[in-house]
Structures are given as structure tokens and as C-alpha cells.
Design a protein around this ligand. Structure first.
Ligand SMILES: Cc1cc2nc3c(=O)[nH]c(=O)nc-3n(C[C@H](O)[C@H](O)[C@H](O)COP(=O)(O)OP(=O)(O)OC[C@H]3O[C@@H](n4cnc5c(N)ncnc54)[C@H](O)[C@@H]3O)c2cc1C
Length: 507
């Protein structure tokens, strides 16, 4: 179809990119972006763009990608516990300042002929256009007022998004134990000699440190809307002094937040279509929000180009994007649960912790990780098996390792004795139902964690088994289909289970 007039609500990465691609595809169409903020007053620090995203941007719009790649800073990724460090090479990941990202996208949108209007807050229904692209972010008023069937799930953990004025050499995950509990930073360098420091913690630690009070104080009448939680920043700057090398933490409307996962039953209503965070969000620990918003823009413009009318185009756009978005949201959900329970794992040697991190959502298994980071996997296997693993077939070697548990010795990891069966079929192992299962395991001579054959159920079982191991210390075995052996092997090396029971069943 060839729309005459398109209004884009929101000048974040999704809206700006959609506007440019639309205008390039339909030069005669009038495309206007309405952004409530001002071009140089953007919120945020750096965002990461992975290699796969860059390839998609390259195919859709090489000019924009070129300018983003020039601006971005390449970096590896490290896990640091105390002085121990595990490093994962990632030659394609770049960190871009959100200000630079938006400046590039604004410039390219204008170059294509898009009109940008800043400093105006609008609603979708007041815009006079054939189509309205609502890219108005996670708090989208369009989603809330339309028939999109939007739902928001609020995370248990708390996080604070801040930065510092020096560029780390690599991205870094680093937990620090304090008198109140554990705080973890996800920090990454970005262009302009700066780094993002995202810091998260659990609710109990947050309350013990008194941050419920600092958060409430910021919500009292008269506090400027853009004030940061300076008390938390000053405290955390001491906690992370080693990682910050004495630099201060900088806020930018920085306050403690709980991550909001947005899902919608449908992304279109009449002539209005949702895009980016307005339609869906995925936990920050998989670093995909910008990617999803920009990939939505590519798919929407492709669908509009090919379809005869808006209804067909919106259905095609959603048909293409929804499976990819839901797959990432599921990975993000698992990743979020893993990070929210992170402090319980800091006793693992750092390389095994890195394997646990990589396999936390089931998307990177041991063999693949060994190809990209052989040194980390080699060290993790040595820590797991007590001796170096030979080259070649890793899974068999892992399964053949002996286990000494208390006064019992098992010749290998598949030698499962008679154990109490723990039937697990739940979505969140850290839910009250999960608590009840852990309580049941306590005081037994060991449990065999069983449940449905499908892979998602097995991954959840492994998480529940890990809770049982770490919280009760009882012997833990996980049952799973032989076809899912690689997940069970990653579970063993990551400390999620002591033993595995491989059974022949279809998945
Ligand atoms: C802590 C944290 C860390 C993150 N780290 C990463 C990362 O490493 N990598 C990554 O890819 N993503 C990251 N993200 C996510 C990323 O910031 C967002 O997913 C991304 O910006 C979404 O783009 P968007 O265009 O959909 O929405 P936004 O960027 O939120 O843009 C929406 C725009 O709409 C405007 N707007 C809203 N309502 C109106 C209105 N009524 N009228 C006019 N304008 C309006 C807003 O001012 C805003 O500019 C992170 C997010 C968080 C919270």
C-alpha cells in the first residue's frame, strides 16, 4: 500500500527508524514524528547492539548502520567475582551512547525527508494521518487507551540505571557482597569514553539498605521529576569503588525500578499499530530492547510495502514479528529469573558461573560455547571434574565423572539411586509453589526432579533442582529425555543438579 500521511508517535529508536524506512520506501508519503522530549535532552546511557542485529540493520539500511558502527565501541564480556575473571570474546558487540544512537537516527530520518516535531506530547487519536505508528515506549498511553489487550508483569528484583565517565575495557558482570546483601552490576562501555552501570539487587537487600525510604522520599510532592536517587548513587559508588576505579556514579533521572514486561494480545487497532517497547519488552539482561524496536520497524515497513491495505499489512507485520518477539521474551523471562536469584550462585568458581550464565536460558549449550570460548569451558570442566577434559566429545566425559556427595560415592553422573520423586510443573521455580517443593525436598535423602518431557519444562526443572541443591544441600537428580542430554550436561557443569536420569521419551 502507499499511505499518503503517516504519523509516528515517539522519537525513540523504534519510531525514528520506522519513519526513515517508511519515507525511503514511499518518498511521496508525508511522514512526521512527534516526540515529547527535546533532541539533546535524551534519557539513558549506553545500549548494546549485537552482531546479529547489525546484520539486519545492514540489510535494511546500510547508511544508518555505517554511522552507528563508527560511533559504537567494540568490547568483550567478563564475569568478575572478587579478583577472579572469566572473559568471553565477542568481536561484534558494540556499545553506543543512547544520545549518539538517537542523533544518528534523527539525522538519517531528516535526510530521508521525515519531519520531526519535538517538545509535543500527543495522543494517537488527535493525529491526522492515514496510519499512526505508536512507538511511545514502555509506558505507552496508546497501548493503555486502545483495544490492544496489553498486560504488564512487574519483576521481583530492583535495578537502577546509571553511568560513569570512563570507558571500561570490557562489559562486566560483578557481584559485590555488602552488610545488607549482594548488589550486582551489569556494566558496559560505550562511545564517548563512558560506561553504563546498571545495578540490581533483591527486595530484601534493597529494604535492609534503606532504599525503600529513599525511593519513597523521591516520590513526595515537590521533588523534581528528573531528580536522581543521590543517596543510593553515593552508597553504590562505595560498594563498586574497585570496579569504578574511584570514579563517581552519574545519575540521569536514576531511580530504583522493577522491570516491566509488556505483552499485548494484538498490536493493531484500526489505523494504529504498536511498535517497540509499546508492544513488548524483554528484560534488560538480554540487551534486546533496541534490537526488537528496530527489527519491528523493518518488518512493519516491509509489510506495508507488500500489502494492499493497512489491515493486511498490520496482520503480516504481527505474523512475522510475534514469534520472534515471544521467543526472545521467553529467553528474557528465564534470564530475569536467573539474575534475580544470582546471589545464591556466587560460590561457584567464576568460569563455571560463566557457563551457568551462558546456559541460563537454554540458548547457548556447552559445545557451542566451547567453540567460541575454549579457555573458559576448559577451566569450568576442570573445576567440575577435578581434572582436564580430553579434546572431543564433552558430554560423555561430563556424564562419566564420579560424584562424591557426603558419604556416598557415585561412579558417574547417571548412576541415580532410589530417590524421592519431586513432580515439577510450574512456570517460575522461585514462586510460592517452588518454595513448597524446596521445602518438601528438605530433610529427604535426595530427590529425583521429574515432570513433563518438553524442553521448557526440563529447563524449569533444572532451575528448581538448583534451588534444592543450594538451599537444602540434599542430593539432586533431574530426569529428562535422552534427546535433551545437552541441556542436562550444561546443568551438571553449571551446578544445577548433581545427577541426571536419562530416559527414552519423545519431546
Ligand atoms: C535498564 C535498561 C537497560 C537497557 N539496556 C539496553 C541495551 O543494552 N540494549 C538494548 O537494545 N536495549 C536496552 N534497553 C531497552 C531500550 O532502552 C528500549 O527497549 C528501547 O529504547 C525501545 O525503543 P522504543 O523506540 O520502542 O521506545 P523508547 O526508546 O522508550 O522511545 C519512546 C519515545 O516516545 C516518546 N513518547 C512517549 N509518549 C509520547 C507522547 N504521548 N507523545 C510524544 N512522544 C512520546 C518518549 O519521550 C520516547 O522518546 C534497556 C532498557 C532499560 C530499562
Amino acid at each position: 500500500m502507499q499511505p499518503r500521511r503517516v504519523a509516528v508517535l515517539g522519537g525513540g529508536p523504534g519510531g525514528l527508524y520506522a519513519a526513515r524506512l517508511l519515507k525511503l520506501a514511499n518518498p511521496a508519503c508525508e511522514v512526521r514524528v512527534y516526540e515529547q522530549g527535546y533532541p539533546d535532552a535524551t534519557f539513558g546511557f549506553g545500549v548494546g547492539l549485537a552482531g546479529g542485529t547489525q546484520r539486519k540493520l545492514e540489510a535494511a539500511d546500510p547508511d544508518t548502520l555505517h554511522d552507528l558502527a563508527v560511533t559504537g565501541l567494540r568490547h568483550d564480556m567478563t564475569m568478575r567475582v572478587g579478583d577472579a575473571v572469566a572473559r568471553v570474546h565477542n568481536s561484534r558487540l558494540i556499545g553506543v551512547a543512547r544520545t549518539d544512537l538517537l542523533a544518528v537516527l534523527q539525522r538519517h530520518a531528516e535526510k530521508a525527508g521525515v519531519e520531526l516535531e519535538f517538545g509535543v506530547r500527543r495522543t494517537a487519536d488527535e493525529l491526522d494521518a492515514d496510519l499512526v505508528v505508536a512507538a511511545d515506549g514502555v509506558s505507552s498511553a496508546t497501548r493503555e487507551s486502545g483495544a490492544f489487550g496489553g498486560r504488564v508483569e512487574v519483576g521481583k528484583g530492583l535495578y537502577l540505571w546509571c553511568g560513569t565517565e570512563f570507558a571500561l575495557e570490557d562489559a562486566m558482570f560483578a557481584p559485590v557482597e555488602t552488610e545488607y546483601g549482594v548488589f550486582v552490576t551489569h556494566a558496559y562501555p560505550y562511545s564517548g569514553g563512558r560506561s553504563t552501570f546498571l545495578i540490581e539487587t533483591d527486595e530484601e537487600t534493597w529494604r535492609r539498605a534503606g532504599f525503600d525510604a529513599t525511593t519513597a522520599a523521591l516520590e513526595t510532592a515537590g521533588t523534581p521529576f528528573d531528580a536522581s536517587d543521590e543517596t543510593s548513587l553515593r552508597f553504590l559508588e562505595q560498594v563498586f569503588a574497585q570496579q569504578l576505579r574511584g570514579h563517581p556514579l552519574i545519575g540521569n533521572r536514576t531511580r530504583w525500578l522493577r522491570f516491566r514486561t509488556v505483552r499485548c494480545d494484538r498490536w493493531a487497532d484500526g489505523n494504529t499499530v504498536l511498535l517497540g517497547d509499546a508492544a513488548h519488552t524483554a528484560h534488560f539482561s538480554i540487551g534486546s530492547g533496541t534490537k526488537l524496536a528496530m527489527e519491528d520497524a523493518i518488518a512493519l515497513v516491509d509489510a506495508l510495502r507488500e500489502a494492499p491495505d493497512a489491515t493486511t499489512a498490520f496482520a503480516r507485520y504481527e505474523g512475522v514479528r510475534r514469534p520472534a518477539v515471544e521467543r526472545l521474551q521467553e529467553l528474557a523471562r528465564r534470564s530475569q529469573l536467573w539474575w534475580e536469584s544470582f546471589p545464591s550462585r556466587t560460590g561457584l568458581p567464576v568460569e563455571r558461573l560463566m557457563v551457568a550464565y551462558m546456559s541460563r536460558a537454554g540458548n547457548v549449550l556447552l559445545d557451542r560455547f566451547a567453540q567460541t570460548s575454549p579457555d573458559v569451558v576448559e577451566a569450568a570442566l576442570r573445576q567440575f571434574g577435578g581434572e582436564p577434559a580430553p579434546e572431543g566429545e564433552l558430554a560423555d566425559w561430563v556424564l562419566d565423572r564420579q560424584l562424591v556427595h557426603g558419604d556416598r560415592t557415585f561412579p558417574d553422573r547417571t548412576a541415580v539411586p532410589e530417590l524421592e520423586r519431586l513432580e515439577v510443573d510450574l512456570r517460575d521455580p522461585w514462586s510460592p509453589e517452588g518454595d513448597a517443593l524446596v521445602a518438601r525436598a528438605r530433610g529427604t535423602g535426595g530427590v529425583l526432579v521429574t515432570g513433563p518431557a518438553a524442553r521448557p519444562a526440563l529447563l524449569t526443572r533444572l532451575d528448581l533442582a538448583e534451588r534444592v541443591r543450594l538451599e537444602t544441600g540434599v542430593l539432586t537428580a533431574v530426569e529428562g529425555a535422552a534427546a535433551l542430554r545437552d541441556d542436562l550436561v550444561a546443568g551438571l557443569v553449571s551446578g544445577r543438579t548433581d545427577l541426571v536420569a536419562l530416559i527414552e521419551e519423545p519431546v
